[in-house]
Design a protein around this ligand. Structure first.
Ligand code: FEO
Ligand code: CA
Ligand code: CA
Ligand code: CA
Length: 572
């Protein structure tokens, strides 16, 4: 399947664009001449950050509004499909007269309509249908409960609209373009490898699940990553032979699981991939050549020869940082997979043909791809402290990676790692690595997770201390999880400032800017996740978003509007 999402771009006039920026022609022309500072926005110098907080609410720094766009269970189309649970990664696709346009185009600035792709990572049975399942003290789930959960993960495509007078975005209501991709949607595999070996006797997977973070390709498709896939239908031991037709006997289900395997059996090798989806049609495929791991994200850039380069974190204690270089521009179905040897500053090619160590321990290239983390470590890649999100600095191209934490190694607060490719070339084999910032009392944040840069190079990131660890032991004094900014200029340059504080037991995920960077879309994931059940009765630990006396806690997608970004005349 060939995916090409952007169609027939036409450009907005230069005069309209200058008017939009509200600048003199000369000043705006200077900015236009230098696309690297085209946003010309900086974090306001008078901005007052929040202290650590424990409130069961989305609290935002003064001057920033937050509002809910859509929440779990809201109906999105006339087929009756509903917005899924535990929304995570968000991608913004501007729509102009029914066509998608690139997010960094001038047309995008004028778009009053857009599609959002939103990941739905995991179900929480206790908060959905009231049965947390055996792993969390509940009863075995019924088939209907499992089906409800299968329909609630994957991704949503929703149309949003802008009130251009107030510059505020809202959910556009039921629409033909609104769709759900769930754990029940058939999805084929891209490339030839999987079809040849016919893993599990099928050339397609039933659905996608564990959809954590992701990325957007330069050709306008979304990449959604299947992270903790083993918790749904289990997994195999590292040495399991994928060619074995008698696979059902060999599936191992971990103690922490969603209890789906008792009602639905699917081949574990059908999950753990990066999935590419066209947001206009909802069609997509699983990208086998990128390898299988507990991938957090898939962040894409373009090399000088037009090929796509994709960076990913593998969120596991001792997981790898991966880089994938596509064989052809605009197509991720074939390419080379690398893992980072951070000690030596080298990308290690995971090629069974070219690496004798891999030939000793793996059956063939498919075996390498199915166990990409094990292959990376065998080939000399460095085990990392749970690498989560990856973002590229918009001006330097440097790669920033959140290493969230690793309790096995006494690393409670994590850090932000910076990788600089030699000559800033994404095709480079060698790189330089430094720690950009470490979490802890001194910096005021712990356990960084999702990252996003604005166009001026301010870094925004969310934090994710686990529900059972918040406010305890080493996490005392850090407050609830939050959203931080590290400004690049002004008196607070280089400090982590808290912009927003998340409700009880939730984390903010999926930060995503509108094209003018005045709105930040954000997921509020798993509020009330540690809700206890006594004799089947819940004692909800959060009342977000309705408040006490309202409905049970519920994940939702919010928009922070009126961000304190100001024109940077001095920088233009
Ligand atoms: Fe789904 Fe690693 O966060
Ligand atoms: Ca999460
Ligand atoms: Ca994460
Ligand atoms: Ca996390």
């Amino acid at each position: 399947m060939k995916i090409k999402s952007f169609r027939n771009l036409d450009s907005v006039s230069r005069r309209d664009f200058l008017a939009f920026l509200g600048m003199s022609s000369a000043a705006a022309a200077a900015i236009l001449a230098n696309p690297k500072v085209a946003s010309a926005l900086v974090w306001s110098a008078g901005f007052q950050p929040l202290p650590p907080m424990g409130d069961d609410a989305v609290i935002t720094a003064h001057g920033i509004d937050s509002e809910i766009l859509i929440r779990y269970g809201d109906i999105i189309n006339d087929a009756g499909e509903a917005f899924g649970f535990n929304n995570d990664f968000i991608a913004f696709f501007p729509l102009v007269r029914g066509r998608l346009v690139p997010g960094n185009s001038t047309e995008a600035l004028f778009a009053d309509e857009a599609l959002l792709w939103v990941n739905h990572e995991t179900p929480i049975g206790g908060l959905m249908h009231g049965n947390p399942g055996p792993a969390l003290g509940g009863t075995p789930k019924t088939k209907a409960q499992v089906r409800e959960e299968q329909l609630a993960v994957g991704g949503s495509i929703i149309r949003i609209v802008r009130d251009s007078k107030q510059n505020r975005w809202r959910f556009g209501g039921r629409h033909l373009l609104n769709r759900r991709i769930s754990a029940l949607t058939p999805i084929p595999f891209a490339g030839t490898g999987f079809k040849k070996v016919s893993i599990g006797g099928s050339d397609h997977a039933t659905g996608t699940l564990g959809n954590c973070a992701g990325g957007v390709t330069p050709w306008g498709t979304v990449l959604t990553c299947e992270e903790n896939y083993h918790e749904f239908y289990g997994d195999f031991d590292r040495n399991y032979d994928y060619r074995n037709p008698d696979w059902r006997k060999h599936v191992k289900v971990p103690a922490q699981n969603h209890d789906w395997h008792t009602h639905a059996v699917h081949h574990p090798f059908h999950y753990g991939w990066v999935v590419e989806i066209d947001p206009l049609t909802g069609k997509g495929h699983k990208l086998v050549a990128m390898g299988r791991a507990a991938r957090e994200c898939a962040t894409v850039t373009t090399a000088r020869d037009g090929r796509a380069v994709v960076y990913s974190g593998d969120d596991h204690r001792g997981g790898c940082i991966f880089k994938f270089i596509s064989k052809r521009p605009g197509d991720l179905s074939e390419g080379d997979l690398y893992a980072a040897d951070v000690e030596r500053g080298r990308w290690v090619l995971l090629s069974w043909d070219k690496n004798s160590t891999l030939r000793k321990s793996f059956r063939d290239q498919m075996d390498v791809l199915l166990h990409a983390r094990a292959a990376g470590l065998a080939a000399g890649a460095t085990p990392m402290d749970r690498p989560e999100d990856v973002e590229l600095h918009p001006l330097t191209g440097s790669i920033y990676i959140s290493l969230t934490n690793n309790h096995d190694r006494g690393n409670h607060h994590g850090s932000l790692l910076k990788i600089e490719e030699v000559n800033s070339d994404p095709l480079a084999v060698d790189f330089r690595v430094t720690t950009f910032m470490a979490g802890g009392k001194e910096t005021g944040f712990s356990s960084p997770d999702n990252l996003i840069f604005d166009r001026s190079g301010n870094l925004l990131f969310t934090t994710d201390v686990a529900k059972d660890k918040l406010h305890k032991g080493p996490y005392q004094g850090f407050g609830n999880n939050g959203l931080f900014v590290v400004p690049v200029s002004g008196p607070d340059a280089g400090k982590a400032l808290r912009i927003a504080s998340a409700p009880v037991e939730s984390e903010f995920t999926g930060p995503c800017f509108s094209p003018d960077e005045k709105t930040l879309f954000l997921s509020v994931q798993h509020p009330g996740e540690a809700t206890l059940f006594e004799n089947g009765n819940p004692r909800y630990s959060s009342a977000w978003p309705d408040g006490v006396g309202g409905r049970k806690p519920c994940p939702a997608l919010i928009a922070l509007q009126n961000l304190p970004l100001v024109s940077a005349r001095s920088q233009s």
